[in-house]
Design a protein around this ligand. Structure first.
Ligand code: SER
Length: 312
């Protein structure tokens, strides 16, 4: 990667990945794009352009004029929000991905696709979920993620496009709050632990989901995109996860630092239903073997760092 375009730069990952890439590759070599310009490091720390990802003409022109060799396509609507507007979510998530792939092909760049644990469904083996397995998701977000994975395979096979992707678990960060996701509780809990000393979870106790601290996610994107292509057997997306926990376990981890912290429950049936349809824990062997995936943060280490950094 030398000249990189990032879509969805204002989103939870983009807000951190854009500055991270600028630090590694140089500010002027990373073009941030988003539908809206918001003040901050993304729009002010290097080049920025407005882009609606379904506008293929502008998208392709930006890749060409920026002389980009890599497109990091992050723009999308998260799982729970997607259920409130399935057509709109499909349009942005699947339509946007197809447009992004086509523009990338026109300009001969490499492509990064953020898939998700949402690309699995109730018929997927839930424990130690294999890299290659049943993918029949029951959310429109998941349907679009499977579509994106298949399109990445297709563009690689048919056109030789250098497609690479990660199935992100819930991402936890202190810089930006996620919006409209199912795993968001694992971010909100830290903010409310610091500001209120307690948290009411919309996810029920005992519901295990894969998670990862943002620094490990950022490093994983760079590592995968820099990996030797000859070693990559999967061009759709790799299982990655750093930990798996339920609300009770993250609460117990917080209690080690804030002993008075208390969790209670008010379960949201929509997000609980989505969470139950996703795996409990992923098998990340392929990512480790093919490009050296190696997260460093487990639950307690992440908790200590989050509680130090989250602002009241
Ligand atoms: N974190 C996402 C969500 O909850 C999953 O990719 O929607």
């Amino acid at each position: 990667m030398k000249r990189i375009i990032v879509t969805g730069s204002n989103g939870q990952i983009g807000v951190e990945l854009t500055p991270h890439l600028r630090k590694i590759y140089g500010d002027k070599n990373v073009l941030a794009t988003a539908r809206r310009k918001v003040p901050g490091t993304v729009s002010e720390g290097g080049p920025f352009e407005l882009l609606e990802v379904r506008d293929g003409k502008t998208f392709s022109e930006l890749i060409r004029s920026f002389k980009a060799d890599t497109v990091i396509h992050l723009a999308g609507i998260l799982s729970a929000k997607g259920e409130a507007d399935p057509q709109g979510s499909w349009d942005i998530n699947a339509g946007g991905c197809f447009t992004a792939l086509e523009c990338t092909r026109e300009n001969g760049a490499a492509f990064f696709f953020p898939s998700s644990i949402a690309a699995f469904g109730p018929s997927t083996p839930a424990d130690n979920t294999p890299q290659d397995t049943i993918q029949r998701p029951t959310t429109i977000y998941g349907v679009a993620k499977v579509t994106g994975e298949l399109l990445c395979d297709y563009y690689h096979l048919k056109f030789g496009l250098d497609t690479r992707g990660l199935r992100f678990p819930g991402l936890i960060s202190y810089e930006a709050l996620p919006g409209g996701g199912t795993t968001d509780y694992a971010v909100h809990i830290y903010y409310e632990a610091v500001s209120k000393g307690k948290y009411t979870s919309y996810i029920a106790p005992g519901t295990q989901m894969d998670m990862m601290y943002m620094p490990d996610a950022l490093n994983s994107v760079v590592k995968l995109m820099e990996a030797d292509p000859a070693r990559l057997e999967h061009r759709n997306a790799y299982n990655i996860s750093a930990m798996s926990f339920d609300p009770g376990q993250i609460a117990a981890s917080i209690k080690k630092v804030i002993p008075s912290f208390e969790i209670s429950y008010d379960v949201d049936p929509v997000r609980q239903g989505i969470a139950e349809s996703w795996p409990n824990s992923l098998d990340c062997t392929a990512a480790k073997k093919e490009w050296g995936f190696a997260p460093v943060y487990g639950l307690d280490r992440m908790t200590e760092d989050m509680l130090k950094r989250v602002k009241k």
